[in-house]
Design a binder for this molecule. Structure first.
Ligand SMILES: Nc1ncnc2c1ncn2[C@@H]1O[C@H](COP(=O)(O)OP(=O)(O)OP(=O)(O)O)[C@@H](O)[C@H]1O
Ligand SMILES: [Mg+2]
Length: 218
């Protein structure tokens, strides 16, 4: 489902983040990636999504090589296959919560009128469907981003610290929802987190460091 092959990346003026990074995830695999701040976890997710270009190496999603695809084809691949929970949310400020969460379905012309509202209810925002993002707390916005990333049942879910702004009880609810959606839809998923507890809700835990992406010590 996902194949990362010999990926190398350094930001302009920055130190190399990864050199020759390779791994693959089978359909339905759910892994957590931990690692120190600044090590390159968010950059790795951007490279997988084709939002940044690697210096060398390739990323293949569902048999399609995303690195090097023309912009339009990469956008289509993201729209159809990918759910991305960004560390910085990227919720559109002028649309209601329901409109924000409905975007992936509209782009795919999927006619599932109840699905977006159901996802917002699943993250505890069922009573706020018509609220605007500025009326929400940081943790509530994070939950909108989670609902939006799952609404179209993506084949590949990239979740960047999705419980970072949540209290323990709400975080656990989100982790349980992620797991349920991943299992129900056969989603391949990467959960980036600083929380050992959150990481353990995935099937296995990997640690990104200068040495590469390695299984974490139990
Ligand atoms: N667009 C950019 N241009 C230049 N440097 C960048 C850019 N994006 C990230 N970096 C740098 O690359 C390094 C890795 O950043 P990244 O956001 O991938 O780290 P991270 O592992 O996700 O950290 P955190 O746990 O704090 O979210 C950092 O040193 C960061 O300053
Ligand atoms: Mg990050």
């Amino acid at each position: 489902m996902l194949e990362v092959s010999r990926l190398t990346k350094a930001h302009p003026g920055g130190n190399p983040l990864f050199a020759d990074l390779s791994f693959r995830l089978a359909a339905g695999e759910y892994v957590a990636i931990m690692g120190e701040s600044g090590v390159g976890k968010s950059t790795l997710l951007n490279l997988i999504a084709g939002l940044e270009a690697p210096d060398s190496g390739t990323v293949t999603v569902a048999g399609q090589r995303i690195s090097g695809l023309p912009d339009e084809a990469a956008s289509r691949l993201r729209r159809e296959r990918l759910g991305f929970i960004f560390q910085a949310f990227h919720i559109l400020p002028h649309l209601t919560l329901l409109q924000n969460v409905s975007i992936p379905l509209l782009l795919l012309r999927r006619d599932e009128p109840q699905r977006a509202a159901a996802m917002l209810a699943a993250v505890g925002l069922g009573a706020r469907l018509h609220a605007l993002p500025r009326e929400l707390s940081g943790g509530e916005l994070q939950r909108v981003a989670i609902a939006r990333a799952l609404v179209h049942r993506p084949a590949l879910l990239l979740a960047d610290e999705p419980t970072g702004n949540l209290d323990p009880v709400t975080a656990q609810g989100v982790l349980d929802l992620l797991r349920a959606e991943i299992r129900a839809n056969g989603t391949t998923a990467i959960l980036v987190t600083h929380s050992r507890h959150a990481a353990e809700s995935a099937d296995r835990v990997l640690v990104l460091s200068q040495a590469g992406l390695l299984p974490s010590a139990p």
